[in-house]
Design a protein around this ligand. Structure first.
Ligand code: KG4
Ligand code: ZN
Length: 391
């Protein structure tokens, strides 16, 4: 089955074209996968600015489709390529009426475009910024219409949940990928989510989540307080790593909810503690910055690790699936592996290329959804959902 996938939930515009085959094992062949990141543009706002995100998705999405198809020409037989069977300028204008410039870009390209056989389009329908999600959704509907193929909506967090199953993102190599381990727990940590999910034979149960800010959001807000650019996660992580190497004493910060007898988290109190600390103690030296980053990362990580450990012990799960932008954090990964290996649990971390938002994970989540529910066209019903959960 060949899937074209589209992701525009936040500040990355991403698209992939992949084949899934089931022989003795499940295999994936990536014809092409591109992501255009807007992170640099949002840096000055200290976070993602929705109107800018939408504008950039509109600008990038047609060029991304052009690049995607171009790249796919080297692995898809030239005999397969044909003009879109249903291309109709007025219909494209109607479907993309929210964004006339996008309709114009796409119509211009379609005048000479050819497409290979594609079986379905999978598009992120939420959670995320609704005005950003709509760009991907309407674009997917337009493509579905002109190619006369089904479009399905995919939950972005399901994408993160399955992202660690693809351990190699090379193009044009048939890669084996694992199925979701039956007996597993998923930790989703991103700019918008901090969730622990219990997976029971295809059923998802939310064990706990943040009661306020997500962990990635806390990294970004603390980074802003420290005068660092967005996205703050990787910047704080780098400083904390340096601090550890230099043996710097961390700033002492609270571990909110570490002893609450549940699997919920709170990160806004930790950010506030940083804010109060910085009011009294200015960051003057390099050592001050290192101590602050280390103090924050240690506190943020310790709570996660303790709750994951408790959840693994209580549920008896044998596999931990990590997903989301914060899964790129080396220290957190190391700490999780340390406690999970002690419990005989296998930790599955996404490869670095698939920790952040990407269309490959959306293709995989789409494929799994089709396998479970069959392939039904949802073009008429997909809407952007800002808050959509897995469980
Ligand atoms: O999954 P993602 O790309 O977008 C959302 O769906 O939110 O996650 C982005 C988040 C940002 O908050 C970013 O600061 C954080 O992931 N992040 C990190 C690291 N790399 C990215 N946080 C901590 N350590 C990192 N190395
Ligand atoms: Zn994400």
């Amino acid at each position: 089955m060949r899937i074209l996938s589209i992701e525009t939930s936040c500040d990355e515009t991403s698209m992939s074209l992949v084949d899934f085959t089931e022989k003795d094992s499940t295999k994936i062949l990536i014809h092409s996968h591109f992501t255009a990141s807007q992170a640099m543009l949002h840096a000055e706002y200290g976070g993602v600015f929705p109107a800018v995100a939408k504008r950039e998705h509109v600008k990038s999405i047609t060029p991304l489709l052009i690049a995607l198809l171009d790249e796919s020409k080297s692995s898809i037989d030239s005999a397969e390529w044909r003009p879109a069977p249903n291309w109709n300028k007025d219909k494209i204008n109607e479907i993309l009426n929210r964004d006339p410039e996008l309709a114009e870009d796409l119509n211009r390209f379609l005048a000479s475009a050819t497409f290979p056989q594609i079986d379905a389009i999978a598009v992120t329908s939420g959670p995320g910024l609704e005005i950003a999600l709509w760009v991907g959704i309407t674009f997917a509907k337009a493509l579905g219409y002109i190619l006369d193929i089904p479009v399905i909506g995919v939950n972005h967090m399901m994408g993160h949940l399955v992202s660690s199953l693809i351990q190699d993102s090379s193009l044009r190599t048939e890669i084996d990928f694992a199925n979701i381990p039956d007996n597993s727990l998923s930790l989703l940590i991103s700019g918008g989510h901090t969730e622990l999910i219990n997976i029971n034979n295809g059923k998802y149960e939310l064990l706990g989540e943040t009661v306020d800010d997500a962990i990635g959001e806390a990294y970004d807000k603390v980074a802003r307080l420290m005068g660092l650019l967005y996205p703050g996660g990787p910047r704080i992580a780098k400083l904390a790593k340096e601090a550890r190497e230099k043996g710097i004493t961390p700033v002492d910060l609270p571990r909110p909810m570490i002893n609450s007898n549940d699997y919920n988290f709170s990160y806004s109190g930790l950010k506030t503690a940083v804010m109060y600390h910085l009011r009294k103690n200015k960051l003057e030296t390099e050592e001050d910055n290192l101590a602050m980053a280390l103090g924050f990362e240690n506190a943020a990580t310790e709570v996660i690790v303790k709750k994951v450990k408790n959840a693994l012990i209580e549920t008896g799960k044998t596999d931990l699936l990590l997903g989301g932008g914060v899964a790129a954090n080396e220290y957190l990964n190391g700490e999780l592996v340390r406690i999970t290996s002690g419990l005989g649990v296998k930790t599955h971390s996404p490869i670095m290329a698939l920790t952040g938002d990407n269309a490959l994970m959306i293709a995989l989540a789409g494929y799994i959804k089709i396998k479970e529910n069959g392939l039904t066209d949802e073009s008429g019903s997909i809407v952007a959902k800002g808050t959509l959960s897995v469980a």
